[in-house]
Design a protein around this ligand. Structure first.
Ligand code: HIF
Length: 291
């Protein structure tokens, strides 16, 4: 196939050092965001990695990050993926410089760089994804709908093969980034530091009072005190569902526990649907560690 042909053309098996170079370029681009959002492309790159992976269905072993099918319509046009053209465009710049990397490896490595460079835990990662075709795409509707309740969140993450605890651990990534009116219809950031990976998402969920925002947009909550933060209905259920609440409270109380559990769950998310060779995952080094 195309992947083999590309590999034969460069006639070279990339090493960990080569992937570290890609990581470094992504990290540089991420920081070079100027006035974009909160000054970093990190959050939108994380969202690309997640949406590329979160189409996985355990029962049929379809979807996931392997084929990077979001490059093609109609998946690129699925409503859940609105705004991700920004992230795919940035990744295309990197791809031009390192043409040997597959899109699935590139996008998931982008998610790893985003978490690590924004101060999060190390995310073990390994290459091995191959570029697929439009016909490998999964149907619309596999990514979560923010307007739904706890049952939907459980169902979606269970379909990918995650427990409730893992689902809650993953949700802490909403400490990062923001919602955009012209993408999802929702508006605003979840935390006061949307480019720093913290457990603030959980502490804010429990420490602030959340009220329904009175506005013309979709149903979302705002914090009563400053009215500058937001929660989606699917975020708020972490304080309402008994099982979710137990884990969310634990992550609010113990940042190290959150970092550990997030790392494990996110690493697994990025590998959904990927038939790896035996190689062990690597820890890529942050830019700071290479100074
Ligand atoms: Fe998000 N998510 N997510 N998400 N997400 C948005 C933005 C981000 C859900 C809905 C939304 C996860 C789970 C869920 C990030 C990362 C992760 C937006 C706003 C919506 C509506 C998009 C926009 O308008 O730009 C739902 C319903 C989820 C299931 C509960 C993951 C756990 C939290 C898996 C995850 O890692 C990130 C980062 C953003 C911010 C993107 C940005 O451009 O700033």
């Amino acid at each position: 196939g195309a992947a083999q042909a590309a590999k034969a053309a460069v006639n070279y098996t990339p090493t960990k050092a080569d992937y570290q170079k890609v990581y470094n370029r992504i990290a540089e681009i991420m920081d070079d965001a100027g006035e974009y959002d909160d000054g970093s492309y990190g959050p939108v790159l994380l969202r690309l990695a997640w949406h590329a992976s979160g189409t996985y269905d355990k029962a049929t072993n379809t979807g996931g990050s392997n084929y990077a099918t979001m490059r093609f319509d109609p998946e690129a046009l699925h409503a859940a993926n609105a705004g991700l053209a920004v992230a795919r465009g940035l990744m295309d710049q990197v791809k031009r410089e390192f043409p040997w990397i597959s899109y699935g490896d590139l996008w998931t490595l982008g998610g790893v760089a985003a978490v690590q460079e924004m101060g999060g835990p190390k995310i073990p990662w390994r290459p091995g994804r191959i570029d697929g075709y439009a016909r490998d795409a999964t149907p619309d509707g596999r990514l979560p709908d923010a307007a739904q309740g706890a049952g939907h969140v459980k169902e979606i993450f269970a379909r990918m093969g995650f427990t409730d605890q893992e689902a809650v651990a993953l949700c802490g990534a909403h400490a990062l980034g923001r919602c955009h009116r012209d993408r999802s219809g929702y508006d605003g950031p979840w935390t006061f530091s949307p480019t720093t990976f913290t457990n603030d998402y959980y502490t804010l969920l429990f420490d602030e009072s959340w009220v329904w925002k009175k506005w013309g947009g979709p149903k979302q909550l705002e914090d009563k005190k400053t009215r500058s933060l937001m929660m989606l209905p699917t975020d708020y259920v972490l304080t309402q569902d008994t099982h979710f609440k137990k884990h969310a409270k634990a992550y609010a109380a113990d940042s190290a526990l959150f970092f550990r559990d997030f790392s494990a769950a996110f690493a697994r998310l990025l590998e959904l649907g990927v038939p790896f060779a035996a190689a062990e995952p690597w820890e890529m080094r942050s830019l700071d560690e290479q100074k």
